[in-house]
Design a protein around this ligand. Structure first.
Ligand code: AMP
Ligand code: GLY
Length: 427
């Protein structure tokens, strides 16, 4: 079977790598892929933009692709999965209606409120004056979120009322285009963040291993938000009881709510959770796709065949295949980024030491890289993800950092403290 992975980040390299392990898979089209998928056995890069819904659909049809996995949120929000399904393709990824869970925070909040899914209280605003008077009555910090997709830049955790009002004003005056025409002003939640992803065909839901990502740029979770600077899985403090509560209080009403709205959801649902000091899980956000870099630690721990699970999900018969089986132990990934990320960065630097990193046993998942004349060059903000595996979290982190130390490119930046939250808790 030929399969296709839409997207070109570390998540998509990990998806292509795992799919290629299935003996049934003969070819993996990576659209557009990156410098890592360029040398992955069975994989072929296709230089098309992930937003080219028509072009990619046509290509998949002409090639007789048996399964399409859509990585990023933008093509999902554009309705790529609907277009492909209408042409008879099998797709892992929700249609446009389901993708609203991520693409519209206002829609998602109303959905959660209607279905009784625990989340932070919030109010929607389309004008500055009412937002201002509301904000002035809120305790600090207070959270402002633009409604639409904003590449991870749409959330402000404001420490003062003035900062919150400024964030609302920036959004309503067009800083985020359409995405900022509505804003949510939300109560700040405290606790530990947790990423809980699940595969679902709308009937059956199989949770994946709980993961924790490290979103901030700086050590100790300081500095600006990024797409994610590292991740670990599974999360040692997550108990069976907590997982059961998430299923009962979040995933079950989520599926019921999708059904009630006539939304056929086949893909990954990613619950970004805050577990309060009292141990209650609340939804910070839903994403309609695999996480990046969570996928780079979840898939290396997956013992089951991803193709089998993904096909069953795409065909609406997930309940007919066994739930995912996991390797014991832990995985950790460290993101190596271009200096200046998430702000301005320079690309096109040669990347050295990739062979040495792989020789340590670590897995090297490429993000923003490009392969040219048998050489790998930096080509984005988040360049590489180096994933280590071990019987303990410490061993996994050790292998990851050993791999990181073999690699070098100009102005390379990475966090030295991935995993610190989990290590602190273990001690
Ligand atoms: P989001 O894009 O919704 O994931 O938000 C980005 C980050 O902002 C989250 O990962 C949290 O760290 C933080 N955040 C968002 N909403 C809240 C909230 N209500 N309380 C505390 N932190 C939040
Ligand atoms: N790691 C956060 C995300 O994928 O949205």
């Amino acid at each position: 079977m030929k399969v296709m992975v839409v997207g070109g980040g570390g998540r998509e390299h990990a998806l292509a790598w795992k799919l290629a392990q299935s003996p049934q898979v003969t070819k993996v089209f990576c659209v557009p892929g990156n410098g890592g998928t360029a040398t992955l056995p069975k994989a072929v890069n296709m230089p098309m933009l992930p937003v080219d819904v028509e072009g990619i659909t046509r290509f998949a049809l002409v090639q007789g692709v048996g399964l399409v996995v859509i990585g990023p949120e933008t093509p999902l929000a554009l309705g790529m999965a609907d277009q492909m399904r209408a042409q008879g393709l099998r797709v892992l990824g929700p249609g446009q209606a389901g993708a609203q869970l991520e693409a519209s925070k206002v829609w998602a909040k109303a959905f959660m409120q209607a279905e009784g899914i625990p989340t932070a209280p919030a109010q929607v605003f389309r004008e500055l004056a009412p937002a201002q008077s509301y904000i002035e009555q809120q305790p600090l910090p207070v959270v402002v979120k633009v409604d639409g997709l904003a590449a991870g830049k749409g959330v402000t955790v404001a420490q003062t009322h003035a900062e919150a009002i400024q964030a609302v004003q920036a959004a309503l005056t067009g800083q985020f285009g359409q995405a900022g025409q509505q804003v949510l002003v939300e109560t700040f939640l405290t606790g530990e963040e947790l990423s809980l992803l699940a595969l679902t065909d709308g009937e059956t839901l199989y949770p994946l291993l709980p993961a924790q990502d490290y979103k901030r740029l700086g050590a100790g979770d300081t500095g600006p938000n990024t797409g994610g600077m590292g991740a670990c899985a599974p999360v040692p403090w997550v108990t069976e009881e907590l997982l059961q509560r998430v299923e009962r209080e979040i995933f079950t009403p989520l599926l019921a709510g999708l059904k009630r709205r006539g939304i056929d959801y086949r893909g990954v649902i990613y619950a970004g959770l805050m577990v309060t000091p009292q141990g209650d899980p609340l939804v910070v956000e839903f994403n309609c796709r695999f996480g990046d870099p969570e996928t780079q630690v979840i898939l290396p721990l997956l013992d089951s065949c991803l193709l089998e699970l993904a096909l069953a999900c795409a065909e609406g018969r997930l309940g007919e295949v066994p739930p995912p089986v996991w390797r014991p132990g832990y995985a950790a990934t460290v993101v190596m980024a271009s200096g200046g990320y998430p702000g301005e960065w320079v690309k096109g630097y040669p990347v050295r030491g990739l062979d040495l990193a792989e020789a340590t046993g670590a897995l090297v998942f490429h993000g923003g890289t490009r392969r040219e004349r048998n050489q790998t060059f930096t080509d984005g903000g988040r360049v590489l993800n180096i994933t280590g595996y071990g019987a303990t979290l410490d061993e996994a982190l050790e292998q990851s950092y050993l791999g990181v130390k073999q690699v070098d490119f100009t102005d390379c930046y990475y966090r030295e403290d991935i995993g610190w939250r989990l290590k602190n808790r273990q001690e």
